[in-house]
Write a protein that binds this ligand. Structure first.
Ligand SMILES: [Mn+2]
Length: 355
């Protein structure tokens, strides 16, 4: 897999080896999908340490790695320390953003302080530019989302609860090629749609409700993410106004999302439209995020992200306006960054739909 990318990080951080514990990073670097144990990568060797439940699978999935079982006691600290001593590795990077403090403490004690260098998000960023194969999986996952949305336009009716609508989305995706959900489905109706990450409830969808659906699935391990907001029944003037502003901000964000600009620059384009329309206080979250093996990856389209976008990065563009006590709108596509206009992986309609 992509373990060679780690050597750049080792050079940049001036370290002799890395210990990888995050499941997505382990999978990306080695091919192993079990998300259990550790990778140890130095200039001299590549080891995947995982327990007996996974060793057979690990050997198949990670042929570039020596698979080592730490034994019944699962003493990974001793095992990793042994590797470091054999290698003469004295400065070793670790994933401070993922390793539990308790695990870190145990490993650090066994390794006698050789875990010297927190890696921050540098391993995660290795995953940000996708290969053609990864883009195929992401596009397929988003396509299943598109089909699920079309299905919802046929079945969404007043009287259905948010939980029933969410179950319908999930059943459809899992029976049309998805291997799992990429996150917990959001279906929020009426006043609940003013909560960006509302949890579906037993509330019945009523005529005139905004219904926001934010959902995604996994295809070959890769996530999709999309959001659409519709009105069940006739939209009122205020709903049309809010929807129109969010759509304008979303289209402008798509136009601005291209290589060579920073994440924060794209966020600003959409945010300025919402702010000028008087709803700046109703858009609290960032404009978007990258997607891959995890649903939220770096770099983000946020007010603080200064990472410059590159071709074949994935971003979501998902502005929203949320008015407490009234309702909210979010429209989200998942796109591939290119040098010109981004390639939109979502193809579902975006004009205001009244069901
Ligand atoms: Mn999203």
């Amino acid at each position: 897999m992509f373990y060679e990318k780690v050597y750049d990080v080792m050079k940049e951080k001036n370290i002799d080896a890395v210990v990888v514990s995050d499941g997505a990073n382990m999978r990306y670097l080695s091919g192993f999908r079990g998300a259990t144990g550790y990778l140890y990568i130095s200039a001299k060797r590549r080891v995947l340490a995982t327990d007996s439940r996974y060793t057979t699978m690990a050997k198949e999935e990670a042929p570039d790695f020596e698979v080592v079982d730490p034994g019944a006691e699962r003493n990974y600290g001793e095992l990793l320390n042994g590797l470091m001593e054999q290698d003469g590795a004295e400065k070793v990077g670790f994933e401070d953003q993922y390793l539990l403090y308790s695990s870190y403490s145990r490993l650090q004690e066994a390794c006698k302080g050789k875990l010297t260098t927190p890696l921050g998000d540098s391993l995660d960023l290795l995953r940000s530019v996708k290969t053609e194969q990864e883009l195929v999986y992401l596009a397929k996952a988003e396509e299943i989302g598109d089909m699920a949305f079309s299905h919802m336009l046929e079945v969404l009716k007043p009287g259905m609860t948010e939980l029933e609508a969410a179950a319908e989305l999930e059943y459809f995706m899992k029976t049309h090629g998805a291997e799992n959900l990429s996150f917990e489905t959001i279906v929020a109706s009426g006043v609940n749609s003013a909560m960006p990450h509302a949890m579906p409830s037993n509330k019945k969808i009523e005529p005139g409700d905004f219904v926001t659906m934010d959902f995604g699935c996994l295809y070959n391990g890769y996530c999709s993410d999309m959001t659409r907001t519709v009105v069940v029944g006739k939209a009122n003037e205020k709903q049309k106004e809010i929807y129109g502003i969010v759509l304008e901000a979303q289209l402008a964000g798509l136009e601005a999302c291209r290589s060579g600009v920073r994440g924060c620059d794209v966020d600003k384009v959409s945010r300025d439209i919402i702010t000028k329309a008087g709803y700046g206080d109703c858009f609290g979250h960032g404009l978007g995020h990258s997607v891959g093996l995890y649903i939220h990856e770096e770099p983000r389209l946020s007010r603080t992200c200064e990472v410059v976008l590159q071709p074949n990065m994935i971003e979501t563009v998902e502005p929203g306006i949320y008015v407490p006590g009234f309702g909210g709108v979010r429209i989200e596509d998942m796109v591939v960054v290119t040098e010109g206009k981004c390639r939109n992986l979502a193809h579902s309609p975006k004009e205001l739909i009244e069901l």
